[in-house]
Design a protein around this ligand. Structure first.
Ligand SMILES: [Zn+2]
Length: 155
C-alpha cells in the first residue's frame, strides 16, 4: 500500500527535478537514488544525493533505499574528489528546521573543502556533569534502539 507521503510532491523542488519538471545538473541515477549539483554550492562541485521517492528525512528511509543511497554517495564522493581535487570534503545531512534542513526531501550533501573557504561551524559544545549524567543519555538511547525501522514492512 503506497503511502502518499512517499509519492511525488509537486511543491517539492527535488521531486520536480526527479520528474524532469525542473532543471538540474544530474550526475548519477539509480532506481532509488538521484545525484545532482547543489545550486548554492559551498564550493563548486558540491553535490546532493537524494532518494528518488519523497521521504522527509533520514529516519524515514527504508533499508533498501538507505543501502542504495550509501553506495551512490560513495561513488559520487569518489568522483568529486577525482574531478576537482579538493583539500578535503564533508558529507552531511540536515534533518528538521533546527538542524538547517531547507528542502524537506531527504538528501545527503557532498561538499568539497579547501583551506580558508569561508565555511564556519562553531558548535557550542556541552559538557556532561558526571559519568552518571552521561549514562542517563546513553541508557535512554540504548533503550530505544530497534532493529526494525518505522517504515514497517519495508524494513
Ligand atoms: Zn520530494
Amino acid at each position: 500500500m503506497a503511502d502518499s507521503s512517499k509519492m511525488y510532491q509537486g511543491s517539492c523542488p527535488f521531486c520536480r527535478i526527479i520528474a524532469g519538471e525542473a532543471e538540474a545538473e544530474i550526475l548519477y541515477e539509480t532506481a532509488r537514488s538521484v545525484s545532482f549539483l547543489d545550486i548554492n554550492p559551498i564550493n563548486f562541485g558540491h553535490a546532493l544525493v537524494v532518494s528518488r521517492e519523497h521521504f522527509a528525512d533520514f529516519n524515514d528511509l527504508p533499508k533498501d533505499v538507505l543501502l542504495e543511497i550509501a553506495e551512490s554517495l560513495r561513488l559520487v564522493s569518489r568522483a568529486i574528489v577525482d574531478a576537482v581535487h579538493p583539500a578535503g570534503f564533508n558529507i552531511f545531512n540536515n534533518n528538521g528546521l533546527a538542524a538547517g534542513q531547507s528542502v524537506f526531501h531527504f538528501h545527503f550533501h557532498i561538499a568539497p573543502r579547501y583551506d580558508g573557504d569561508g565555511l564556519k561551524i562553531r558548535p557550542n559544545l556541552k559538557v556532561y556533569e558526571s559519568p552518571e549524567h552521561m549514562a542517563v543519555f546513553a541508557n535512554k538511547i540504548r533503550g530505544k534502539i530497534k532493529m526494525k525501522d518505522k517504515s514497517g514492512e519495508r524494513e
